[in-house]
Write a protein that binds this ligand. Structure first.
Ligand SMILES: Cc1cc2nc3c(=O)[nH]c(=O)nc-3n(C[C@H](O)[C@H](O)[C@H](O)COP(=O)(O)O)c2cc1C
Length: 249
């Protein structure tokens, strides 16, 4: 197995880091790796904001529901969907780009671009021996995040990426069965097959938790996910995105 695949397969989210800032060189390697990702029609519809300011990191940690590792890490990146520069380009080139920029399609393009770039960044960091944890918790209050990071209209902060030298390793979390995720030629939706695969996976996840918590926790994956989905969260998002003049048509 080559080193790239080994790095990818060795992924786990890490949440304890040394108090050791990333070097400028490490930051540059991670960001240029992010930028090397493929991008829809070459649009490059994302931005990355590195947060070094201690007060800002503290505030972001609070917004994210007091997640300590948002504050205590080697570097904190915020990945944003970004169609601001494209608005400026439209003005510069005197073209009516607004209807396109405000479409759901272009919003999706920006989300996809930002996510592909982020995953490149994550793998680059992991390949340098660093640990990473994505932080969707910043979406608890994007108005505050926006003010803190001074993002203009048509820029939506999506998630953070905490990176640092790990002090505590965690175990890898088993994923869904291969055949449950990978379909050939057509989507397999035989519900009996579906449910039996999920049952096997539930057993696997349940024993994963049981082993790691000395029997204190043994939740099934389907229960975990249904419980999570049973609660509405961040329902302000559509309004927030539209207020920022994206996803309007
Ligand atoms: C977009 C995104 C947002 C996430 N947000 C958080 C977060 O706010 N806090 C956290 O501790 N983990 C967060 N995670 C990490 C997931 O919980 C983790 O990837 C998942 O449980 C699988 O575990 P693993 O990454 O160790 O394999 C996030 C992951 C992604 C992809």
């Amino acid at each position: 197995m080559n080193e790239v695949i080994k790095t990818i397969l060795n992924h786990r989210s890490l949440r304890h880091f040394e108090d050791k800032p990333l070097t400028d060189e490490q930051i540059k390697t991670i960001v240029t790796s992010a930028q090397a990702a493929a991008t829809s029609s070459f649009i490059q519809a994302y931005s990355i904001i590195g947060v070094k300011d201690k007060e800002k990191k503290k505030k972001l940690a609070e917004i994210a529901g007091n997640q300590e590792y948002v504050e205590k890490n080697g570097h904190f990146f915020v990945f944003c969907a970004d169609l601001y520069r494209h608005t400026i380009i439209g003005e510069k080139e005197q073209k009516d780009v607004t209807p396109s920029i405000e479409s759901t399609e272009k919003f999706m393009v920006a989300l996809i671009d930002a996510s592909l770039a982020a995953q490149n960044a994550a793998i680059a960091a992991e390949s340098l021996g660093l640990g990473i944890c994505y932080i969707g918790g910043i979406r608890n209050n994007l108005e505050e995040v926006k003010k803190l990071l001074k993002t203009p209209e048509r820029v939506i902060p999506l998630f953070g990426l905490a990176v640092g030298v790990p002090t505590k390793l965690t175990d890898k979390k088993p994923r869904l069965p291969y055949e449950h995720v990978y379909h050939e030629d057509e989507y397999q939706q035989n519900s009996e097959v579906y449910l039996s695969q999920l049952q096997k996976y539930d057993e696997l996840i349940s024993s994963y938790y049981e082993e790691r918590t000395n029997g204190k926790r043994k939740d099934r994956w389907t229960d975990q996910i249904a419980t999570m989905l049973d609660r509405k969260s961040r329902m302000y998002m559509k309004e927030f995105v539209q207020k920022n003049k994206l996803n309007l048509k």
